[in-house]
Design a protein. Structure first.
Length: 267
């Protein structure tokens, strides 16, 4: 089965940047976190702690920026289309896939051969991604509870005492790192399950050809070869072209149900 086309509208440039910042910050946080927890060699603990704190603050700020941008930047609601909606809507239940939870789970568990054709994010992805900001904020909070500079601040001192002291908070903070490691593995799997095209887009902002999707009819309406075979037509270049594609979908559905009435339909 051909895969969906991947257009830049799905991940506008600011989101590509925030994604890169997240990746770099998390990698440094994980490596420095392991070193702080279990230093295999000496001489760089001060630098590791400083880098760990700096990357943690960067990750928190980047998370807030990404959440705010979701309300001001528009993105495509599904792969294979250049139509735009406010980005935050792509993180919430959508008409395209609010009924597809089991279909996506079946696909991820190899119980279903073909993945559902629907919104930009699968239902399990939406659930996991919506939890990530909570994990980032909670992990950041435990980190500030442990940092000598902020540990005595009332807002963090209360949390430190509530969670049972520095040692328990340190264990909890370390456990959260494993949660992020698990998330990164799952995230990579879900992103690459249909090929490298999504990663090529989010990392290098490179579009790839594939099936064209119409969010209005929730159907495949063509193939965008982007100059490569087979090139059955670019995605919606005009309202006229979009209307023709939608009309073809309507006719196909009518024929399949035996109710088609061909009255001057132009292909």
């Amino acid at each position: 089965m051909a895969h969906m086309a991947h257009y830049r509208e799905a991940h506008p440039l600011p989101f590509v940047v925030t994604h890169w910042v997240n990746l770099v910050a998390m990698i440094f946080l994980i490596f420095t976190g392991f070193y702080i927890h279990y230093p295999l060699f000496g001489g760089v603990m001060t630098m590791a702690r400083g880098l760990h704190i700096f990357c943690g603050i960067v990750l928190l700020i980047n998370c807030v920026v990404r959440m705010v941008l979701a309300f001001f930047i528009k993105s495509a609601p599904a792969p294979g289309t250049r139509e735009l909606v406010p980005d935050y809507k792509t993180w919430l239940p959508q008409r395209d896939n609010k009924h597809q939870l089991w279909a996506w789970i079946s696909y991820y568990l190899f119980l279903r051969k073909e993945h559902p054709i629907a919104a930009k994010l699968g239902v399990p992805q939406k659930i996991v991604y919506l939890l990530i900001p909570l994990l980032i904020f909670f992990t950041g909070y435990t980190g500030f509870c442990l940092w000598g500079t902020t540990a005595s601040w009332p807002i963090f001192e209360v949390g430190l005492n509530f969670m049972g002291g520095a040692m328990k908070v340190r264990i909890l903070h370390y456990f959260m790192m494993w949660c992020f490691l698990a998330f990164m593995c799952i995230h990579v799997y879900l992103s690459l399950i249909e090929g490298v095209s999504p990663a090529t887009l989010i990392f290098f902002w490179k579009e790839t050809p594939g099936l064209v999707y119409d969010p209005e009819t929730m159907n495949i309406v063509g193939f965008d070869g982007m100059g490569k075979e087979p090139d059955c037509g670019e995605t919606f270049k005009s309202e006229e072209r979009a209307a023709v594609d939608r009309a073809r979908v309507v006719e196909h559905e009518a024929i399949s149900t035996g109710d088609a009435q061909h009255n001057g339909f132009e292909k």
